[in-house]
Design a protein around this ligand. Structure first.
Ligand SMILES: C[S@@+](CC[C@H](N)C(=O)[O-])C[C@H]1O[C@@H](n2cnc3c(N)ncnc32)[C@H](O)[C@@H]1O
Length: 363
């Protein structure tokens, strides 16, 4: 049922499609199926390979409830040995704190549209965090896509880590930005809100179906100051425009979202990381040509592997001395000194991890 590439066929996406197709399944049964599937992948390193799948899922559910009741009942050493494949240790500094976040159910984050955070806290019972403005956590069990607030465009479903990247971009009113890997438009819509719809955003992706979704989302959000256009990532840019800011939210191994997509930790490989790092470097090099003198370039990935973060950023700096590091404050720790590289770890942010590097083209 699940193809090899965790990038295009995540368990989450397959499960959603299957549940949608399974007419007549009650909401309660559907959510029990989801719980079983997610627990299975989350606790795969613990369950017994020699028993039938149904039994394995039961074991996984038992581990999940034990962990929920008492996270400390799973010792650090077990987490380090069983939570992720061995190759991961060569790509990042493994810590029991990070692995503990992978075993817990992820939080649901909403991005309140400008002026709606207070309303959402009241009507949906959301809670506010310190740090990223407009990020609110939802703790209820309702299908938010059906809520009148969503239909009215009062919020977007967007993880707090992604929201932090929009804040790092810090686009100004009236500027012209290029969201080079815009996908379905999560960050593009955030940039548009931060610009109060004043200015212009070019949104490109190589997948037409993603741009179709982006247009639908933009229409619901009443965002009109954008142009969606295909771009295959090559040196032939979609426009000759020079931008005040370019965001390259590149395709990646998604390792920092493994708490949300537990299946992906068993399908992603070191070869994927290497292959993706080459794609990221090429996208960044090509998109950089669109930055005007004095303009900013932001590289972001929802992974924390050495190969896709520091190595890509350092390689870019070596090849493009006309760009200098650009420091900005982390939205999570606004009183800390500004930095040009940001590492958002799930155990400190409560959301997906992200890496971001920022530069400015010299005048
Ligand atoms: C991390 S996702 C973008 C998510 C999006 N920015 C958001 O916030 O919703 C990366 C995107 O890069 C696109 N992509 C992958 N390879 C590409 C390439 N060679 N050229 C352009 N886009 C590419 C994918 O289709 C995908 O939509």
């Amino acid at each position: 049922m699940i193809a090899k590439s965790g990038r295009e066929h995540s368990a989450d996406a397959v499960l959603r499609a299957e549940l949608k197709a399974a007419h007549g399944l009650s909401r309660r049964d559907a959510s029990a199926v989801s719980r079983g599937v997610f627990a299975h992948f989350r606790w795969l390193g613990w369950t017994d390979t020699g028993v039938p799948l149904e039994q394995r899922i039961e074991q996984a559910l038992a581990f999940a409830s034990r962990f929920k009741e008492s996270p400390e009942s799973i010792p650090d050493a077990e987490l380090l040995a069983k939570a992720v494949p061995e190759w991961v240790g060569g790509q990042l500094k493994m810590s029991a704190e990070w692995l503990r976040t992978l075993q817990a159910e992820p939080k649901i984050w909403l991005r309140a549209r400008p002026g709606y955070a207070g309303d959402l806290i009241q009507k949906l019972g959301c809670s506010k965090t310190c740090g990223v403005p407009d990020a609110v956590a939802y703790e209820g069990g309702a299908d938010l896509f059906r809520s009148p607030e969503f239909q009215a465009g009062e919020f977007e479903m967007q993880d707090i880590g992604s929201q932090a990247v929009g804040r790092l971009c810090d686009p100004q009113l009236g500027e012209t930005w290029w969201d080079a890997c815009a996908g379905e438009g999560g960050k593009m819509l955030h940039l548009a809100d931060l610009m109060q719809n004043k200015g212009l955003i070019w949104a490109s992706d190589r997948a037409e179906w993603r741009l179709r979704r982006l247009r639908q989302r933009a229409a619901r959000a009443k965002c009109f100051n954008y142009r969606a256009i295909l771009w295959d990532g090559s040196a032939k840019l979609p426009t000759k425009t020079k931008f005040d800011g370019v965001l390259v939210d590149a395709p990646c191994s998604g390792l920092a979202t493994w708490q949300r997509n537990p299946h992906a930790r068993w399908t992603a490989t070191l070869a994927d990381v290497r292959e993706l790092a080459d794609i990221q470097s090429a996208l960044l090099a090509h998109a950089a040509a669109g930055v005007k003198p004095g303009g900013r370039l932001v590289y972001a990935v929802c992974t924390l592997t050495q190969g896709e973060t520091e190595d890509v950023a350092t390689g870019f700096e070596r090849a493009f001395p006309e760009f200098e590091p650009f420091s900005s404050r982390s939205p999570f720790t606004p009183s800390a000194p500004p930095q040009s590289r940001h590492w958002f770890w799930p155990q400190t942010t409560g959301g997906n991890g992200m890496f971001a590097a920022l530069w400015r083209r010299k005048d």
